[in-house]
Design a protein around this ligand. Structure first.
Ligand SMILES: Nc1nc2c(ncn2[C@@H]2O[C@H](COP(=O)(O)OP(=O)(O)OP(=O)(O)O)[C@@H](O)[C@H]2O)c(=O)[nH]1
Ligand SMILES: [Mg+2]
Length: 390
């Protein structure tokens, strides 16, 4: 049975009207990437955010009411919230449910039977949703560690909150006063866990450093593929190197770094090409920090291929998102724009129009045009890589 979900997208003042629809589309594709959700209703509205609960109490009550009456399992909010806000909202739901049941107890018995007192609703923000998707796709121990770390950072305070509640419930003599409160114990426990993960990640980092040094010694150059999620990065790696990676019409199909060999005929040598996690708008900085280890292949590469889906109406916005994130990673090496999916542009005329525009606008990034799927434009791309790797 699928999970019933209400989607909420809070629009900040800086968000332009033109982007409203695409925000919802992206949320929908995140939802379907995760799978097993049935969307019951969707709200998108400009709102000022509430310090304690992110969405204001009035709006929250409307959502809770609908959630109870339509037997919803999840409320997913398409914004990055503070962990405490999610916790407070969850608490507010419990209070609302209690009063709601009380209020109706006198009346409609049948109706009440449907709302069990144990009815749970999970409230997720955008970070929770992305992390859940990451969790589904992680295959290496390194990616799993990075997810654990991000989860601790994002969930942590919600878990303290639980400790707090346990302390309150404990109440009686002996549970208070002596020793540490549950909250503090929880906090210490999490701190220790975080330390352990960081140590393991450090080990991964060291191993990679050794690998990198070996490569440099052998004179092996590396090319890193980056881009918005679903742009066709893994397909591009496949077209260049024959390296098979998990490819799907889903967001975040690739989570780890995958590396393939590319033979450069003119130079008669091999270089390495790496594929990595896709970027997305509003990717919270904490999440990027947690994924630094995965992104190192990109950070230390000799050349960067920024793959862009030319058939995506929003490609310019997505270019900006990716460039912003690269800036945050302090990337200094040359970046080439590789416009992919040219086979997917409707007409030849439209393609020529786009190409002319792109060549003018992005000339400093040496735009290339390929179809990774149909393997067109790959030879030119290889030639270009050769000219830079030399
Ligand atoms: N028409 C067309 N579709 C493509 C092309 N390249 C990739 N695709 C499709 O785009 C979708 C995403 O491709 P991937 O290679 O998995 O994209 P990605 O950038 O690695 O995606 P993530 O790892 O999820 O971030 C798949 O459905 C591909 O079939 C192309 O050249 N033409
Ligand atoms: Mg991929």
């Amino acid at each position: 049975m699928s999970n019933r979900v209400i989607l909420v997208d809070v629009l900040m003042p800086r968000i332009r009207k033109a982007d409203f629809a695409s925000r919802l589309e992206e949320l929908q594709s995140l939802i379907s990437t995760y799978g097993n959700f049935e969307v019951i209703s969707t709200y998108q509205k400009r709102h000022t955010t509430n310090y304690r609960t992110y969405i204001g109490p009035g709006k929250a009550e409307t959502l809770f009411k609908e959630a109870l009456e339509k037997d919803v399992d999840f409320i997913i909010i398409n914004n990055a919230m503070k962990p405490a806000q999610i916790w407070n909202l969850q608490e507010m739901f419990e209070d609302y449910k209690a009063t709601y049941i009380e209020k109706h107890e006198a009346g409609d018995i049948d109706y009440l039977a449907r709302i069990s007192r144990n009815k749970k609703i999970d409230i997720w923000d955008r970070v929770d949703l992305i992390l859940k998707i990451f969790e589904k796709h992680a295959s290496t121990s390194e990616a799993n560690l990075e997810i654990e770390l991000a989860k601790l950072n994002h969930m942590g305070p919600r878990i303290y909150g639980m400790g707090n509640m346990l302390s309150k419930q404990g109440g009686g003599v002996g549970t208070r006063g002596g020793g540490k409160s549950n909250t503090e114990m929880m906090r210490l426990h999490l701190k220790k866990q975080e330390q352990k993960i960081l140590e393991q990640l450090l080990q991964c980092k060291k191993n990679k450093e050794v690998q990198r040094n070996n490569r440099t010694k052998k004179g092996l150059k590396t090319v890193a593929i980056v881009g918005y999620t679903n742009a066709g990065k893994s397909h591009t790696l496949l077209a260049l190197t024959g390296k098979e990676v998990y490819i799907a019409d889903q967001l975040f199909a690739t989570l780890d770094t995958r590396v393939g060999n590319l033979f450069l005929p003119d130079l008669n040598k091999v270089c390495l090409v790496s594929d990595t996690i896709g970027f997305i708008q509003d990717l919270p900085p904490d999440l990027i920090n947690s994924f630094r280890s995965t992104l190192e292949e990109t950070i230390y590469s000799d050349l960067i291929l920024h793959v862009i889906d030319i058939s995506d109406e929003k490609y310019e916005k997505k270019i900006r998102v990716v460039m912003e994130i690269l800036k945050g990673l302090k990337i200094k090496q040359e970046i080439v724009f590789v416009f992919n999916k040219i086979d997917n542009v409707k007409t030849k005329m439209e393609f020529n129009f786009l190409k002319k525009d792109i060549l003018e606008k992005y000339s400093e990034f040496n735009p290339m045009f390929i179809s990774a799927k149909e393997k067109t434009g790959i030879d030119e791309l290889v030639k270009f890589i050769e000219s830079r790797i030399e």
